[in-house]
Write a protein that binds this ligand. Structure first.
Ligand code: HEC
Ligand code: HEC
Ligand code: HEC
Length: 318
């Protein structure tokens, strides 16, 4: 009698668990992983996790209470080269299985949904663009790999050689077509520049363009006369002496010819930043004798190229 009872219990347990796994299979078959959205599909699955993983109680340093926070955990590949979120919910080796209690586990369908959603996330480097340590060899050269076939020393299309750092800097600082220089102008397809690479959608990400712009800014700001040092200029040591001997006779506090006063650093800057006649500003427009400005000084010995370069570089650095 007792044996019969045990056998019956065992049978029913077997039956029940078989039934359960059937149910699970059916559920899995019907698991819809199309058009998943965070709020409608993913957030409800993770609702049981939030009590231990929110801003004020981030157990294990993990926060799962917003889409950005979940995405950050999902795109954290620091362990086992695997998504930390997927590693934890699947209990993969090397991860703490989540949820943490021994016998609970998200359903296969929920895991499937989360995996599918994670696979649609943008890779992390789109989010974090390094704008600090930009170097030619790690950032700039790889970007320009596709250009070198048409722009190298033996085949410099349009006279442009992009095969060495020096040559790239030269092209980047070439202002013959104006701002922002030939390289950036061509890559970003600025009006008036030939769009590069030809007949192709731009292979450059926003981050690439940002890094390239920052790198170009760090190169010598203006192409200058040889032996003319335009780095780390100071108003008192470099700019004031030039103005004193060439301009102040007509532009001092007491003698303001044309209404222009160049007697202090602030006043010089405000003239430089006066763009009423154009983007160059009055000061640079006048000393570079740009069309539309009164060329300065109006008579006597002109400023040297190096003096013009110094003033220009100093103004640009403000
Ligand atoms: C009862 C509290 C609790 C709940 C509920 C919980 N977690 Fe955790 N979780 C923790 C603790 C504590 C840790 C850190 C412990 C550890 O690393 O062993 C952790 C760690 C993690 C980690 C990092 C794992 C690793 O190995 O790097 C992830 C990812 C994670 N949880 C996701 C989840 C998800 C997703 C859920 C819901 C399905 C969840 N957690 C539910 C407490 C919880
Ligand atoms: C398939 C060959 C080819 C590739 C690849 C190519 N270029 Fe060019 N590039 C040319 C040719 C040809 C010209 C001259 C076009 C003309 O004069 O009509 C040119 C012109 C230029 C110019 C001068 C633009 C101007 O407005 O004067 C720059 C700068 C330039 N390329 C940069 C690049 C950069 C940067 C890349 C890579 C992103 C690149 N090119 C990729 C063939 C190429
Ligand atoms: C001999 C007198 C004289 C000297 C020297 C002189 N200027 Fe002038 N400057 C003028 C007069 C007069 C005007 C107004 C005339 C005009 O706008 O055509 C003027 C106008 C300007 C303007 C306004 C330009 C514009 O287009 O509106 C600037 C900027 C300027 N000067 C800067 C300088 C600088 C910088 C120097 C030294 C490199 C200098 N000037 C040397 C007489 C002088």
């Amino acid at each position: 009698m007792k044996t019969l009872f045990i056998a019956a219990t065992l049978l029913s347990i077997l039956f029940l668990s078989a039934c359960q796994s059937n149910n699970q299979e059916e559920l899995f078959d019907r698991c819809n992983t199309e058009n998943l959205v965070f709020d409608g599909d993913i957030r409800p699955i993770l609702s049981s996790c939030v009590s231990c993983h929110n801003q004020s109680n981030p157990q294990g340093g993990i926060v799962l209470d917003s889409e950005e926070a979940v995405a950050a955990v999902a795109l954290d590949f620091s362990k086992e080269n695997t998504s930390r979120l997927l590693g934890a919910i699947q209990g993969l080796p090397g991860f703490s299985k989540m949820p943490p209690d021994d016998n609970s586990m998200l359903s296969e369908c929920d895991i499937e949904k989360i995996s599918t959603w994670v696979s649609t996330l943008e890779p992390i480097q789109e989010i974090a663009c390094d704008t600090i340590n930009i170097t030619y060899s790690t950032h700039i050269q790889p970007m320009l790999n596709g250009c070198v076939s048409c722009h190298n020393t033996s085949n410099p299309s349009a006279g442009i050689d992009l095969s060495t750092e020096e040559k790239v800097i030269e092209v980047a600082l070439d202002q013959s077509k104006g701002d922002p220089g030939l390289l950036l102008g061509a890559i970003t397809g600025v009006k008036g520049f030939l769009k590069m690479p030809p007949e192709e959608s731009s292979p450059f990400s926003d981050c690439d363009i940002t890094q390239l712009s920052i790198w170009i800014k760090k190169q010598t700001p203006v192409v200058t006369a040889p032996d003319c040092d335009t780095t780390s200029l100071s108003y008192d040591l470099d700019i004031k002496p030039i103005l004193q001997s060439n301009c102040l006779s007509c532009h001092s506090e007491n003698t303001q010819r044309g209404g222009i006063d160049l007697s202090t650093e602030e006043k010089v800057l405000s003239v430089a930043q006066n763009t009423s006649k154009g983007a160059e500003g009055l000061l640079i427009g006048a000393i570079t004798k740009t069309e539309g400005y009164s060329p300065m000084p109006p008579s006597g010995s002109p400023l040297s190229d190096c003096q013009v370069s110094k003033i220009t570089a100093w103004v640009r650095a403000q």
